[in-house]
Design a protein around this ligand. Structure first.
Ligand code: ADP
Ligand code: NA
Length: 327
């Protein structure tokens, strides 16, 4: 692709886990060199759709910034910024919300999943996808890396670009999905579920700052099955197959190559190999996060600079929006 602008966001959940890294962040790093203009936002406005402790939120924002940088986001190639510091996001979200019907939102995954868990949901949770659309359109973004679970949300952003353009005159390009690999990392304790930060079992999730000892222990405890040979068959052997997925991704080899490296090893011995590949890959990242955490002033300055650059792009677009709406 010659032109184009990429936008993506991640909630400030603190330090990412292995699923976030392999399912999203690795791809973010690749995209920053492939597109001339790239924005990555720590979407703190989205995060308060669930209750947050303010002190914790503040430190989670810095931890996410440190993690993104340590994973390879380069502030010279991508604008890394904090969503709430660019107030245009909230303003455009209101305007787009006025173009969105209530039923359009009811069936979107964010609301269907999370409002049920809580038995009631806030207006913010309900309109979360509208804010996502605003995030994207505010920069006239053309490409949005998304997982399959986010496709419907991107469709809303596409609809809203069209609805706005029809009502007020052409302004927004229709953003295209960049479907990231379908590589899903599973819970180490229950391989029928995906690895998730909300998993209550500590042993189920590897975070990118885990110590080598913790990584080895968690992989040793990973649920497998009663066959000792290592094969890749996610349907019938989800546990072992998840280890193969992780090994292949961390050692940047194919699944077939990972399975062939496991030949002659039982699953117990293979776990050592998998753990070694994870430790090798995560150790420099963990060390870089520790280094960045020790200099919060530097981190804050970096984010502030990204935020200034994002605002410079957002302000003229919002000015056009206001003019078209009649403000
Ligand atoms: P979580 O499921 O832990 O709450 P998020 O929903 O915040 O994670 O996801 C952030 C990003 O990481 C999304 O792009 C999502 O698709 C990706 N992601 C999350 N969990 C996994 C996983 N287990 N495997 C692959 N990608 C994942
Ligand atoms: Na989630």
């Amino acid at each position: 692709p010659g032109g184009g602008r990429v936008f993506s966001g991640i909630q400030p959940t603190g330090v990412p886990h292995l699923g976030n890294y392999l399912g999203a962040l690795e791809n973010w790093v690749a995209l920053q060199s492939r597109y001339p203009s790239v924005l990555y936002s720590i979407v703190d406005l989205h995060s308060i759709t669930q209750p947050q402790d303010p002190k914790r939120l503040r430190s989670n924002i810095l931890d996410m910034a440190a993690s993104l940088l340590a994973c390879g986001i380069d502030p010279e190639k991508a604008i890394l910024f904090q969503q709430s510091q660019v107030s245009e996001h909230a303003e455009l979200s209101w305007i787009l919300g006025c173009l969105t019907s209530m039923p359009r939102l009811r069936h979107l995954p964010q609301w269907k999943m999370k409002s049920k868990q809580k038995n009631e949901g806030s207006v913010g949770l309900y309109t979360y996808p509208v804010l996502q659309a605003a995030d994207i359109l505010l920069y006239k973004s053309t490409h949005v890396p998304v997982g399959e679970d986010q496709v419907q949300h991107l469709e809303l952003a596409q609809d809203l670009a069209r609805i706005f353009n029809n009502r007020y005159g052409d302004l927004f390009p229709e953003p295209q999905a960049l479907l990231s690999s379908t590589r899903k990392v599973k819970s180490l304790r229950d391989p029928s579920a995906k690895m998730s930060k909300s998993d209550p079992q500590a042993m189920a999730t590897i975070t990118i700052t885990d110590s080598p000892e913790d990584i080895a222990l968690k992989i040793r405890r990973a649920v497998t099955d009663f066959t000792s040979e290592v094969t890749y068959d996610p349907e019938t052997r989800p546990g072992v197959s998840n280890l193969v997925t992780v090994h292949a991704a961390m050692a940047t080899i194919s699944v077939e190559e990972a399975v062939s490296q496991a030949r002659g090893l039982d699953t117990g011995a293979y776990k050592n190999l998998v753990a070694e590949s994870v430790i090798q890959r995560l150790t420099p990242i963990r060390e870089e996060i520790e280094r960045l955490r020790a200099e919060p002033g530097h981190l804050e300055a970096l984010l502030a600079r990204g935020t200034r650059r994002a605002r410079e792009l957002a302000a003229p677009v919002l000015k056009e929006v206001r003019q078209k709406v009649g403000f």
